[in-house]
Design a protein around this ligand. Structure first.
Ligand code: AN0
Ligand code: CP
Length: 320
């Protein structure tokens, strides 16, 4: 595997899940695979889980790891070609990428949507430059449009906790004070569409996800109706994807607190599990009682980030 961006990059999803469960039983089994190999993890944005779980995954595989916080200690990077660099940016991404690639075998990059220009974000302008100019396998650690290590961990978690063969999984928008990217819901929708689940998306009008990710998923604008009989509730805020009105891209269109997932919502479900990728703002996205209930899976999900990353790095090492 040379790029890990979309669910298709894993090939047969059932086989990938099987591999994840084998690794979960014995996560140090492939310690020899990464000997004298180096993973470089590059962060343009903050992280707790991705930073720690991906480092742990690389260590599980016997790799060395280098973590770079671009905004803390590195030169400020210009990303646009053709710019006269007379401002505060000292180095260009076009030199920085091949230089960073000299010191590693695999590269992970976190670079969120910038919300300056929808086309730039949705064309994955930054990550595609890493793929093109590094000459190394690149895995996405949340890009402008996707967060595949999260969705893979979410799918592993759903497989572990499901009580029926084909559970009902509901992705629900929830309120948040600031504009957040669409990467998590985009990927979650893409992965659920590929999995054997009954998938429903619910959000206020204007928050329609890009069809590239939403596919043929059912959209139900009545949140409580969407929750009826659900086995898993996956909450997340996202800003306007700009599908119906491109001028609204990245905007906060709704702050309606009736969308906060609370006991009233959970009561109409099939005693559903609650999921969120974290970090979560309590009593904005979800109430204290729902996130603290025994049916809350937020910690098992975070734990499975180590497993999804171990599978992905293992597969990349195998094709070096
Ligand atoms: C990020 C987001 O919504 O994409 C990261 C989630 C994993 N969240 C925040 O910026 C709070
Ligand atoms: N879920 C997730 O990716 O968390 P971090 O932003 O802390 O890495």
């Amino acid at each position: 595997m040379n790029v890990f961006q979309h669910v298709e990059d894993l090939g047969d999803l059932k086989a990938a899940l099987q591999e994840a469960f084998e690794i979960k039983k014995d996560r140090y089994r492939y310690q020899e695979l990464g000997r004298n190999k180096t993973a470089l993890l590059i962060f343009f944005n903050n992280s707790l889980r991705t930073r720690l779980s991906t480092q742990k995954a690389a260590m599980n595989l016997g790799m060395n790891v280098i973590v770079l916080d671009v905004n803390q200690g590195a030169w400020k990077l210009e990303t646009e070609r053709g710019v006269v660099m007379d401002g505060d940016k000292s180095e260009h991404l076009l030199e920085a990428i091949p230089v960073m690639a000299c010191y590693c075998d695999l590269i992970g990059v976190r670079s969120f949507a910038r919300f300056e220009n929808r086309a730039d974000d949705y064309e994955e302008k930054i990550l595609n430059q890493f793929i093109r100019y590094s000459g190394k396998p690149v895995f996405f650690m949340e890009s402008a449009t996707v967060h595949p290590l999260q969705s893979f961990a979410d799918l592993i978690t759903i497989e572990e906790y499901k009580r029926t063969q084909r559970p009902k999984v509901v992705l629900t928008w929830a309120p948040h004070p600031k504009a957040l990217p669409q990467a998590v819901p985009n990927s979650f929708a893409e992965w659920m569409n590929a999995a054997d689940v009954d998938f429903v998306i619910t959000h206020p009008e204007g928050y329609e996800l890009d069809p590239m990710f939403a596919g043929n998923a059912r959209v139900e604008y009545d949140q409580l109706k969407a929750f009826e009989g659900a086995d898993f509730i996956y909450a997340k805020n996202w800003s306007c994807p700009g599908v119906t009105r491109p001028e609204d891209y990245g905007k906060v269109l709704c702050k309606d607190m009736s969308w906060t997932v609370d006991a009233r919502h959970m009561a109409v479900t099939n005693n559903a599990f609650f999921m969120h990728c974290l970090p979560v703002r309590r009593n904005m996205i979800v109430t204290d009682d729902v996130i603290e209930a025994p049916t809350s899976l937020v910690i098992p999900e975070a734990a499975n980030r180590e497993i999804s990353a171990t599978v992905v790095l293992k597969r990349m090492l195998e094709t070096l």
